[in-house]
Design a protein around this ligand. Structure first.
Ligand SMILES: Nc1ncnc2c1ncn2[C@@H]1O[C@H](COP(=O)(O)OP(=O)(O)OP(=O)(O)O)[C@@H](O)[C@H]1O
Ligand SMILES: [Mg+2]
Length: 232
């Protein structure tokens, strides 16, 4: 569902991703770990079609080099870093934007809202509230709901748990695990290696733009590469 082959990206003269190869198969839950500045968000933007790689190929949902609008229409739900809600719009309006982005029209908006209500009853209670006035935890749930309302088959998330209290992080990861169990393909980009490796099947570790480890979650939990990156 997601396939990066020897992808390199630079910001001006500065190389950021260096020959990154990464694959997420249908139905997999794969995490991408890495410390600050490793290039995680650059990779998210590359998958989302917001950045063109300088070399290498990107295929998402079978489509090569798709633009962001098309990526969403292909059934890919994006949860960007820092949520990126529209603070001056209501929760309902934010959800509507996520719904419109998909435009597959297989499911009505109201039906989508019902789906959301089952996962996050709190979001339905806040439909008329300005998104900018929600708590951090509520904003995180709305950002996920916005990605889910068009019933995507693939979810790509950039540090969704950042800034959440530990109890909410557990709740959030439980929902991601449930989405995966229902058949969604997930690429979860996280700094929280402990939590991510608990729910993922496989993982990649990015450091200074390069993949430095690529293994089963179980093996990464014990890996000195992961330990050294995070605890040195
Ligand atoms: N638009 C840009 N122009 C120039 N350099 C950039 C730009 N965006 C990011 N960078 C640099 O690229 C590097 C990787 O940034 P990126 O945001 O991908 O890292 P990250 O792994 O997501 O970090 P974090 O954990 O802090 O979110 C950083 O050194 C950053 O300063
Ligand atoms: Mg980032």
């Amino acid at each position: 569902m997601i396939e990066l082959e020897a992808v390199s990206t630079r910001y001006g003269a500065v190389p950021m991703l260096r020959e990154v190869t990464l694959r997420v198969g249908a139905g997999e839950l794969v995490c991408l770990l890495g410390p600050n500045g490793a290039g995680k968000t650059t990779l998210f933007k590359t998958v989302a079609g917001l950045i063109r790689p300088t070399s290498g190929t990107v295929r998402v949902a079978g489509s090569p080099d798709a633009r962001t609008e098309r990526i969403a229409a292909l059934g890919v739900g994006l949860v960007p870093e820092n949520r990126r809600l529209f603070p001056g719009l209501t929760v309902a309006q934010n959800l509507c934007l996520g719904y419109e982005a998909v435009r597959r029209e297989r499911v009505g908006f109201d039906q989508g809202l019902e789906d959301i209500g089952r996962l996050f009853p709190r979001v339905l209670e806040r439909l008329d509230q300005m998104a900018g006035t929600l708590s951090g935890g509520e904003q995180a749930m709305v950002a996920l709901a916005r990605a889910l309302i068009g019933r995507p088959t693939v979810l790509v998330m950039d540090e969704p748990s950042l800034g959440l209290a530990p109890k909410l992080i557990r709740e959030y990861f439980r929902i991601v695990e449930e989405l995966h169990a229902r058949g969604s393909t997930v690429l979860l980009i996280e700094q929280n290696a402990g939590m991510a490796l608990r729910i993922a099947q496989r993982g990649y570790v990015l450091s200074r733009g390069s993949v430095v480890a690529d293994d089963a979650a179980e093996a990464l939990r014990k890996s000195s590469v992961v330990r050294n990156l995070y605890f040195s």
